[in-house]
Design a protein around this ligand. Structure first.
Ligand code: NAD
Length: 270
């Protein structure tokens, strides 16, 4: 059993029915936090996340809400208002439009750009807008800065990723992390985690099981650390920003990509 260092803290994780959001929620529950789990359509998956968090002892609420809308973010903030404060907010919900050939500019439409932007950039902003009073309340009551973590991507740093639109949104999210960290200190800390490849349904749904397995193998061979990350690997790093271990850290973006950004060229075949 993990140390219960987050006992009594109230946490909201967007897009937590599946993938990385689910792993982060479960890690928070293991350490004693109470949770709001959020999904849009994946109700069955979200219920599984809730059941696991409850099994770990968390008091868990499930809120179906679209973070790209003001109403959706207000609904999530209203649920957190039942606690009277919010100690931890993870802006994790994200989408992409796959267009891997970045030279093919016709592969993306204006709608693709705007849809991706609405969830990946406007979403975290609207969540901050809706939750700011509760994040401030947590600081006022506990004397501890509340912790916000944005799930960004290595795509926002390197420009390499599932599409030009996706990479651009994550670059914008990294910049917003800096702006809000500066503006909301000292009461609220705002940081970001930038995963490289994560083996989640994004790839599993896009390709068949066999092709996915081959992808995982080739990713592992291409990273300096020789591994393909799963959601739990990223969640473990993310926890640094959500606990007191990072109490003096704000405006930071942490690359969790098994070293991919180093542009590794293997000298010997693995
Ligand atoms: P995922 O699809 O399993 O998780 C994304 C979650 O966001 C889903 O549960 C989805 O329902 C939810 N979501 C989407 N739109 C939403 C909306 N408008 N409102 C509320 N929820 C919404 O994929 P994942 O890989 O776990 O992605 C989580 C985060 O990690 C995303 O921000 C993504 O950009 C980022 N990321 C993923 C990878 C990867 O390789 N999979 C790499 C880097 C960063």
């Amino acid at each position: 059993m993990a140390e219960q260092d987050l006992a009594g803290r109230k946490a909201l994780v967007t897009g937590s029915a599946t993938g990385l959001g689910r792993s982060i929620a479960i890690r928070l529950a293991e350490r004693g936090a109470d949770l709001i789990i959020n999904c849009t359509r994946s109700l069955t998956d979200a219920e599984e996340t809730v059941a696991e968090c409850n099994r770990l002892g968390a008091q868990t609420q499930l809120v179906a809400a679209d973070v790209s809308t003001e109403d959706g973010c207000r609904k999530l903030a209203d649920a957190a208002a039942s606690w009277g404060r919010l100690d931890i907010l993870v802006n994790n919900a994200g989408i992409t439009r796959h267009a891997r050939d970045h030279a093919d500019l016709d592969a993306l439409t204006r709608e693709d750009f705007m849809d991706t932007y609405a969830v990946n950039v406007a979403g975290p902003f609207l969540m901050m807008q809706a939750c700011k009073p509760l994040l401030l309340k947590a600081h006022e009551e506990t004397g501890r800065a509340s912790a916000v973590l944005n799930t960004s991507s290595i795509a926002g740093v390197t420009g390499i990723g599932s599409s030009v639109a996706y990479a651009a949104t994550k670059g914008a999210l990294n910049t917003m992390t800096l702006s809000l960290a500066r503006a909301l200190a000292p009461a609220i800390r705002v940081n970001a985690v930038c995963p490289g490849f994560i083996g989640t349904r994004w790839f599993k749904d896009e390709m068949g099981a066999e092709q996915y397995e081959r992808l995982e193998e080739s990713v592992a061979k291409s990273t300096p650390l020789g591994v393909a990350s799963g959601p739990d690997d990223i969640a473990d790093s993310a926890m640094f920003f959500l606990t007191d271990a990072s109490r003096h850290v704000t405006g930071e973006t942490l690359l969790v990509d098994a070293g991919t950004h180093l542009g590794y060229a293997p000298l010997t075949a693995r």
